[in-house]
Design a protein around this ligand. Structure first.
Ligand code: AN7
Length: 359
């Protein structure tokens, strides 16, 4: 009898190992990441004047609430398989939460180094909840990354930032999922760019799939925050600043690869303002998809390009990658609205308010 049941999802390694460059010794450690929804957003497309088939790849639906889980399953699986007992990463938050969760799953210790005061509450809480040792430094993400690279060279602790090649191998599975769902590559892919692991991975995935089965290549629009836009400026940014703390990165580890992905795909890397990012976060949320500010940056970039008539995407298929869930950073919302009105628990009081407020 056909019960209509789909094949259960077993995580990205089980699904894609044959096309991932993962060593034999890797022992899969999974939280069933991946298989995230590709959500059509026609109203949102209309709101930004995009006469195209627009989809959101909602990576906030991964087990720890961000896209990082795809790469982390691969990096932790490889580290476990070669007998590493501990991992380390620098992070603006999401990598920390993901590394902590997968290390916990693998029975490994996890050390994370974060820039003091610049990590959203839900991310820090996640890393702590999963038992990671969290160290804040009086410095930026870029300083933290320098430190963890040196730690991994001097101690038997595996580095799980996206300098680790297995992170890219896991992360590229998002491109395969998009192709599997759409039947071929979209015309454009827009995404936020911070340390540039994600843009590098998508390009790796799309080019690999295209070489294998001619699924086509998207043009890639990588988007940075204007106060933190080294790839647009062409030089590192000493003191990056942006409301999108996840991408507050002045010296991307994969800068070269990101620029190549943009160029080879006939796309580009641009920057948008914090106001544009927050406006897009709000527009997405009002469409039912709550993402953290950094995750709205790709779409904010698309809206920016449309407004200035720098893209013609009429009739095309466009995928915007929304990298992390809004629940990671509730403060950014709650601090900008007044505390909800408090009234007695009576129908009279409620109806009086409804009349007054014209709900
Ligand atoms: C929600 O967690 O760098 O360009 O340390 O959390 O691959 O770095 C996070 C980055 C986009 C940028 N969106 O991706 C970290 C970290 C969200 C993010 C990015 C990040 P990359």
């Amino acid at each position: 009898m056909n019960t209509g049941q789909a094949q259960p999802h077993q995580g990205v390694i089980a699904r894609y190992r044959a096309v991932m460059d993962l060593p034999q010794h890797a022992i899969p450690v999974t939280l069933l990441e991946g298989n995230t929804p590709l959500i059509p957003v026609p109203q949102l497309a209309q709101a930004i004047g995009a006469q195209c088939d627009l989809f959101v790849k909602f990576e906030g639906m991964n087990p720890t609430g961000s896209f990082k889980d795809r790469g982390m399953t691969a990096a932790i699986s490889e580290a476990l398989g070669r007998g590493a007992g501990a991992v380390v990463c620098a992070s603006t938050g999401n990598t920390a939460a993901s590394a902590a969760a997968y290390a916990a799953r693998a029975g490994m210790r996890c050390l994370v180094i974060i820039p003091s005061g610049k990590v959203a509450a839900g991310k820090l809480a996640g890393a702590v909840a999963h038992g990671a040792q969290v160290i804040q430094i009086d410095g930026s993400f870029d300083d933290a990354l320098d430190l963890v690279v040196r730690i991994s060279q001097r101690h038997p602790i595996a580095l799980v930032n996206s300098l680790n090649p297995y992170r890219l191998e896991g992360q590229k599975t998002a491109a395969f999922e998009i192709i599997d769902e759409l039947g071929s590559a979209p015309d454009w892919l827009c995404l936020p760019v911070g340390n540039a692991g994600n843009i590098t991975s998508y390009w790796l995935g799309f080019t690999q799939a295209n070489a294998r089965d001619g699924s086509g290549l998207p043009r890639i629009l990588g988007v940075q925050a204007s106060g933190s836009a080294p790839l647009v400026l062409g030089h590192p940014v000493e003191n990056p600043e942006t409301v999108a703390t996840a991408i507050r990165i002045g010296k991307p580890a994969r800068a070269e690869e990101a620029l190549q992905a943009a160029e080879q795909s006939q796309g580009r890397i641009i920057a948008v303002s914090d106001d544009d990012i927050l406006a897009m976060q709000k527009l997405l949320a009002r469409s039912g998809i709550w993402v953290e500010p950094a995750s709205a940056t790709g779409l904010a970039g698309l809206a920016h390009e449309l407004k200035h008539r720098r893209v013609d995407i009429r009739g095309q298929r466009v995928v915007a990658v929304c990298t992390g869930h809004g629940l990671k950073d509730p403060d950014i919302i709650t601090r900008s609205f007044p505390t909800p009105t408090s009234i007695p628990a009576s129908m009279d009081a409620i109806e009086a308010l409804l009349r007054a407020d014209s709900f």
